[in-house]
Design a protein around this ligand. Structure first.
Ligand SMILES: [Zn+2]
Ligand SMILES: [Zn+2]
Length: 164
């Protein structure tokens, strides 16, 4: 049975739940979007669940942010990723991208259910981290300048942490 994750915003206007086979909060993203919208420590932690199981209360209080992404040559486009947040209190809730309609990526910071403690972490998008942030790299942690090669699903399966 997948784990049921329950989440909420700080003011209580939004509540949500979803099923997750991959609930380990091991993936720390230092990109400028994550750290500015959801990452006071310099990163946000993204987990993954099944979009088809997402149930939402307080839909009218949810805003959508689609970030502008610019490459190193200065060419910009609007991200297809939809970052949902509470318009009342600003809590970052989850990321949904229609390019992968079966997946939803809640921010671990919005989840109230106890999550498994990661024994090793993946630090990603390190080339975009703020200069003052000193990542806390554990002995088994992996580091990536941009995206890791291993998907969230593959990471869980390889370590026997995938929940059927
Ligand atoms: Zn709120
Ligand atoms: Zn990010």
């Amino acid at each position: 049975m997948p784990l049921t994750l329950r989440g909420s915003c700080r003011c209580g206007a939004v509540g949500f739940s979803l099923e997750s086979h991959t609930p380990v909060p091991y993936q720390l993203c230092y990109c400028s979007i994550c750290r500015k919208t959801a990452g006071g420590g310099g990163y946000a932690i993204n987990i993954m669940g099944d979009a088809g199981t997402l149930k939402v209360e307080g839909e009218t209080s949810i805003g959508v942010f689609r970030a502008e992404l610019c490459d190193d040559d200065g060419a910009c486009e609007t991200s297809s990723g939809q970052r949902r947040f509470c318009t009342g209190c600003g809590t970052a809730l989850w990321m949904y991208d229609p390019s992968w309609p079966e997946l939803v990526h809640p921010f671990a910071s919005a989840i109230d259910t106890d999550l498994p403690v990661p024994e090793e972490k993946t630090h990603l998008m390190l080339r975009f981290k703020a200069s003052w942030v000193e990542p806390d790299i554990g002995p088994n942690d992996q580091r990536f300048d941009e995206y890791p090669v291993e998907s969230i699903e593959a990471w869980h399966r390889k370590r026997g942490l995938w929940i059927d």
